[in-house]
Design a protein around this ligand. Structure first.
Ligand code: NAD
Length: 287
């Protein structure tokens, strides 16, 4: 790596806190080296209050691109020059691209999720979806589903602080994607949930349930699984959640959360350098 860095090397970076655990520097630096691209990707631990200075640095160092993680995604959307359609609806961005001083903010979680479904042979256009959750991952998926032409998005969330966010997503999508019918219901209303799952093409878990240490929990009763239902999880730790294992056993098309994570990286890399990320090579390198 050291040999590769020169006086011309361009800087890209992840900003947020914490960032020390992030797999992004390893993945992007491997890809730059593999593709012979003269960039280096770092991770910087910064606070929300420091974000105006971060943007000064992005401009000063002419950084080509990078990413934002919590808690900096919302403030980043206020500091960029332009926003992608999804980032504008959500009011947050996890990725930026600097085109000769014009910084565009993107949110790529939802695109990564949809692209991963496409790799599994599922196109969301014209489909009915049930999405559990109203946090960052869930909102990105709900908005991307609507932008991609889903017919219906049924949001279910428990009545916690996130519930209002589901209502706000519904209101925003009614304005921006009126052809997509969005409903919001209480996740504890098991009858309504069962009815929605019976009538949908895909059910997505985008809550923290199923993730360690909640890995013995599943929010969808396995009796609702049928062979023509797609069951997808955002949770990638464990790689196969209880919901995914039960869906596989029932013969559903089951899609775990790792692909979403990786496809987000692929989308970001293409935005940064206009190339397909060497994901297979990176996975082999990591194995
Ligand atoms: P968040 O904190 O923004 O949202 C948490 C969500 O979980 C909310 O909808 C909340 O209501 C719900 N929730 C909390 N406790 C619950 C309970 N007891 N029962 C039912 N629902 C409950 O989190 P996030 O950043 O949106 O992450 C959500 C999940 O998505 C996590 O498991 C995370 O690992 C995963 N994720 C995956 C990727 C990926 O690339 N695969 C990316 C981002 C997030």
């Amino acid at each position: 790596m050291e040999k590769r860095i020169s006086g011309h090397t361009g800087l890209m970076a992840l900003f947020g806190s914490p960032v020390g655990h992030s797999g992004s520097p390893a993945m992007y630096n491997f890809s730059f080296q593999h593709d012979g691209l003269d960039y280096a990707y770092m991770a910087f631990d910064v606070t929300v209050e420091q974000m105006p200075k971060v943007f000064e640095a992005i401009r000063l160092f002419k950084m080509r691109g990078g990413n934002f993680t919590m808690p900096c995604k919302n403030i980043a959307a206020e500091l960029v020059d332009k926003l992608s359609p999804a980032a504008e609806i959500i009011g947050a961005c996890n990725t930026f691209v600097n085109d000769d001083g014009v910084i565009t903010g993107h949110i790529t979680d939802g695109i990564g999720f949809v692209n991963n479904l496409a790799l599994h042979g599922f196109d969301v256009k014209g489909k009915k979806a049930v999405v559990l959750g109203a946090g960052g991952a869930a909102t990105a998926i709900q908005v991307q589903f609507a932008l991609e032409g889903a017919k219906e998005v049924h949001i279910f969330n428990i009545k916690d602080d996130f519930y209002a966010r589901a209502e706000s997503t519904k209101a925003k999508l009614a304005e921006k994607c009126p052809e997509c019918v969005v409903t919001v219901d209480d996740l504890d209303d098991k009858e309504k949930l069962a009815e929605a799952v019976k009538g949908c093409d895909i059910v997505v878990n985008a809550t923290i349930m199923g993730m360690k240490p909640h890995d013995d929990v599943t929010l969808i009763d396995k009796s609702l699984f049928r062979k023509d239902l797609v069951v997808a999880d955002t949770v990638y730790n464990p790689e196969k959640t209880k919901m995914i294992l039960e869906a596989e056993a029932a013969g559903c098309k089951a899609v775990g959360g790792v692909g979403m994570l990786q496809q987000q990286g692929v989308v970001n890399y293409e935005l940064f350098v206009g190339k397909k990320m060497p994901l297979d090579e990176y996975n082999r390198f990591q194995a």
